[in-house]
Design a protein around this ligand. Structure first.
Ligand SMILES: Cc1cc2nc3c(=O)[nH]c(=O)nc-3n(C[C@H](O)[C@H](O)[C@H](O)COP(=O)(O)OP(=O)(O)OC[C@H]3O[C@@H](n4cnc5c(N)ncnc54)[C@H](O)[C@@H]3O)c2cc1C
Length: 441
């Protein structure tokens, strides 16, 4: 029999209810912070051993930040929390009748289960596009994009034919929300600075960035003023914005739109939507279209007594100001976690307080000195918005070291454009290339 360390023995001996938190994103991480030092035994389960700050994924994808700047190891977070432990593992099923979750390493028992598993990319059922397009939801995917565009630059230099070179350097981003807009702006700046100075043998205007959206405006959830400004900034950077266009197919080299028109490109990056990927076991509570768990005003999963969902995976229609559900953004995830933790800490018998989202504003950046901000009645853009964006994101990153790293990288980048994270460390291999490889033997 294995001897327990005193630390582990002390954790096991705690005579408190066990809260299992699945997912250490914005919601799960806030949850464990709020329960640390409180009368609970908390077990955090995540398939990755780090928290990922998704709002800056596009900066990893475009070589402005290294992956470790936006990731923070869970063990570092839970180290000082005596009543919290972390286990790396993917939760495969919930067994509500036994109060346990099944992971790829075994079962974990709970008294309260908090599901905070976030979302995955939504291709709206288009399997061919899902096969071929790139995504921006995880660090792995961001690193794939980074390698891919750098490989494209290198390969383009070998191409004599202008048409082939343009096809190789045609980048199409689908989805004009904040992720798509920010990525398009960052790629346009790469063309203006890096390509111009470091790929001198290449005509930089042969690199084109297209941003496609079915809506009539970019940043659909922002104010009309922010939308207009964002469009202006994108055009100033030379991004070709195609509004009211729907991508219906992409075979790896040709994109087809709903109106029958086509465009040649090797690279489509899909940022057009997300959906929940619910864990099997409590299917009856899943909203089919969004893949999210229907929850009540207390974030309790429909039909359950002790299972809660928070963050992007939760869909509540109980908040009077948000009858269609809350937006899938970090502040909602954080506020829901705070409220649920407060409720869990209430004395037995006292009434729980329903969740109400307090919207603080929205912001998106579109290159150096260009950003748009909506805060209450204020809608503005330009350098002030950009500095505000920098400040808010810098302060939100988990970990002092990461903050210092991000600040240093940004300062170096925006002052000199000489950051050197543009490394192809793990080359990206397209699925079609793998499929085309001759079978050995
Ligand atoms: C590119 C991009 C840019 C964004 N920009 C902004 C922005 O500027 N501002 C903003 O407010 N929001 C932004 N968002 C949205 C924001 O990141 C999400 O709303 C937020 O991450 C939701 O938090 P969450 O805790 O619900 O889920 P997540 O942060 O997605 O965390 C989910 C966690 O669950 C884990 N997990 C999933 N399934 C399992 C499983 N079965 N078993 C174990 N672990 C599992 C994952 O590893 C992950 O750690 C952006 C999102 C993206 C993708």
């Amino acid at each position: 029999m294995q001897m327990k360390t005193p630390e582990r023995a002390a954790f096991d001996a705690l005579d408190h209810p066990t809260v299992v938190v699945v997912g250490g994103g914005f919601a799960g991480l806030e949850m464990i912070h709020r329960l640390a030092g409180k009368p609970f035994k908390v077990i955090l389960l995540d398939k990755n051993n780090y928290h990922c700050f998704q709002p800056l994924l596009y900066q990893v994808a475009t070589g402005s930040l290294g992956a470790d700047s936006i990731a923070h190891p869970f063990r570092r977070t839970v180290g000082p929390m005596r009543n919290v432990i972390y286990r790396m593992g993917e939760v495969l099923r919930v067994r509500p009748e036994e109060n346990c979750v099944e992971t790829d390493h075994g079962c974990v028992k709970y008294d309260h289960l908090v599901i905070a598993t976030g979302t995955v990319t939504n291709f709206f059922g288009n399997r061919q596009v899902a096969e071929e397009a790139m995504q921006l939801k995880s660090i792995n995917q961001a690193l794939d994009i980074r390698s891919d565009f750098l490989q494209d630059f290198e390969a383009a230099l070998y191409l004599e034919d202008e048409h082939e070179q343009r096809q190789r350097l045609n980048f199409v981003i689908v989805g004009g929300g904040p992720s798509g807009v920010e990525l398009a702006g960052a790629l346009a700046e790469i063309r203006r600075t890096i390509v111009k100075h470091e790929y001198r043998e290449m005509h930089n205007e042969r690199m084109q960035i297209h941003l496609v959206d079915t809506n009539d405006a970019v940043l659909a959830n922002f104010s009309p003023k922010a939308q207009r400004l964002a469009l202006k900034y994108l055009k100033q950077l030379g991004v070709k914005v195609k509004l009211g266009m729907m991508v219906t197919d992409f075979d790896g080299s040709t994109i087809t739109f709903k109106d029958g028109s086509t465009m040649e490109s090797n690279t489509v990056i899909w940022t057009a939507g997300v959906k929940g990927r619910p864990i099997p076991g409590i299917e009856t509570a899943v909203e089919q279209r969004s893949g999210r768990y229907r929850v009540d005003a207390l974030n309790r999963v429909e039909g359950s007594r002790n299972i809660y969902a928070i963050g992007d995976i939760a869909q509540s229609t109980a908040d009077p100001k948000w009858p269609k559900g809350h937006p899938q953004v970090a502040p909602v995830a954080i506020q829901q976690a705070k409220q649920l933790a407060r409720n869990l800490r209430r004395k037995t018998g006292s009434e729980w307080v329903p969740f109400k989202y307090r919207e603080k504003g929205s912001m998106a950046t579109i290159g150096r000195y260009k950003a748009v901000v909506d805060i209450g009645p204020l809608h503005f853009g330009g350098p002030l918005a950009w500095f505000l964006w920098l400040f808010v994101h810098l302060m939100s990153i988990v970990g002092f070291r990461s903050r210092v790293m991000v600040l240093t990288n940004w300062a170096w980048k925006y002052l000199s454009w000489k950051n050197t994270i543009r490394l192809i460390i793990r080359p990206y291999v397209r699925k079609t290339a793998v499929a085309a490889e001759p079978v050995q033997g």
